[in-house]
Write a protein that binds this ligand. Structure first.
Ligand code: CA
Length: 242
């Protein structure tokens, strides 16, 4: 994949090939969320629904990380994991485990998985884990410092500064700001932000988004014309050039 800039912004963050993710999941809604999310973030996604197909695809090579569900229609995730390692393949594996099943997590790790995430999970949490696995395995092509004017956000150290002064954000505020800064001018609906930051199964009042945006604006001293603009009737968008 060739380098490409995010479109329509002066502060272009150059995104190079971030890696190829093999997603093994038979639940269509989850698969679709992962496919869309990872593709948007600049990853190549290979989507398969079963364990055998996953092993066949891995045989061909070129996969940087595997996101592997346990419950699959044919060979289950544990067995896929075991076979990957028994063939000597060292591709990082992140397993998706069912809620509260601690034995599942331990078993996955025992079989050679590198990490696990419990369903339901937020896409951003999964993205953070995948990034970490890619970093550990030597793929380092992420933009680490995002900036807009005198606002700087360091993805790795989790530090935010405004005019050189540190800004203390909660994890949610940080995730929100990172999402905005990675996608300048993109309009996010409140529902999208809820799904991205609180999990795809989150059901609740979207006012919670307004509260967090309001706190974030206040902490980064965001006065009109704002970086984080309200798009009336829709949601929010980040405009780095003001
Ligand atoms: Ca499944």
């Amino acid at each position: 994949m060739a380098d490409r800039p995010f479109q329509g912004t002066k502060e272009s963050f150059w995104v190079s090939n971030r890696g190829t993710i093999l997603v093994v999941e038979d639940e269509r809604a989850i698969m679709e969320m992962l496919r869309v999310g990872f593709t948007y973030e600049g990853y190549e996604v290979i989507a398969v629904q079963g364990g055998r197909e996953a092993l066949d695809r891995l045989q061909e090579g070129g996969v940087d990380v595997v996101v592997l569900d346990i419950m699959l229609p044919d060979v289950d995730g544990f067995e896929v994991c075991r076979r990957i390692r028994s063939r000597g393949w060292d591709v990082p594996i992140l397993m998706l485990t069912a809620k509260k099943e601690i034995e599942d997590r331990v078993r996955g790790l025992d079989l050679g998985a590198d990490d696990y995430l419990t369903k339901p999970f937020s896409f951003d949490e999964l993205l953070a884990r995948v990034r970490a696995l890619l970093r550990r395995s030597g793929k380092k092509s992420e933009a680490v410092v995002l900036s807009a004017g005198d606002l700087m956000l360091n993805v790795e150290t989790r530090e935010v500064t405004k005019g050189g002064k540190p800004v203390r954000l909660t994890p949610t505020e940080f995730a929100l700001l990172e999402l905005f800064m990675r996608h300048p001018r993109r309009v996010f609906t409140r529902e999208t932000l809820l799904n991205r930051l609180w999990g795809y199964e989150y059901v609740g009042d979207t006012n919670v988004v307004d509260v967090h945006v309001s706190h974030l604006r206040s902490k980064i001293g965001d006065r009109p014309p704002r970086l984080i603009r309200t798009i009336y009737g829709v949601g929010y968008a980040f405009y780095p050039e003001t």
